[in-house]
Design a protein around this ligand. Sequence first.
Ligand code: ATR
Length: 271
Amino acid sequence: MFQLAVIGNPIEHSLSPQIHARFAESLGLCVNYQKLLAPLDQFESTARQFLASAQGANVTVPFKQQAFDLCDQLTPEAKLAGAVNTLWQQNDLLFGDNTDGKGLIKALDQAGFSLRGKKVVLIGAGGAARGALGPLLAEAPSELCLVNRTQSKAKALSDDFAEFSEGTRLHACSITDLSGEFDLVINASSSSLSGAPLELPANFSAKQAMDMMYSKASGETAFTRQMQALGAQTSDGLLMLINQAALSFERWCGKAPKLDQIDFSFLRGDH
Ligand code: ATR
């Protein structure tokens, strides 16, 4: 029996236990994946106590940076993201990976959104945007325009990743630089939490749009609705959630879930 968990605060609404249960079922593995609520000042003790007798844990808001700081060994993806969403223990050492970025790339691919040679906008400059940036640049878009409500943060993030941007025009843009049509826009800001649309210039449009946030009920977020109104083909973040989970599962259990053979429609709707 694989003992797994997701640790966060809050954690009540996490879909991870249901997603991992489907992975296990599809591969004939025995997995117990639980939700662990860590008090805000007790992430370390909660994680260490659980991992002492478990195969692994996911880490979610607001503990991903703390998890990064605790690890003895980090994957290149975790180092680049500065955050950890996947933990496991081996020989008394704590290991950390970050599967969010690769999960996003797989989700974009499955949604039919390509990156190579494309003009891409990434909105946001917090933890989610930082985690996405390295894997996005590795797919060689022709241009990657970073926009953030607080522009100085977008500039700092773009400077941090300049060395990984060979072949891509990586730049921090102001909202007014977003004129004309882009191929793809990804929302890595938490704007959809508020339910309010982003303030976008009148002549901005994109062929495709992905929100890293997901909506259980309808599959639509404030951002996907806003971009649909501008003519974009859209996807919310559920595919990303499933793909980052699959990469964590493979890391712990040694087998990759066959996503095309699993029906995830049960994740939609109120429950
Ligand atoms: P996360 O880990 O989800 O990225 P974060 O590090 O707190 O969370 O970053 C949140 C991001 O969403 C930031 O880029 C934030 O913009 P600021 O840097 O200006 O704060 C962005 N954000 C949050 N609410 C927003 C809103 N209503 N409109 C636009 N951007 C918003």
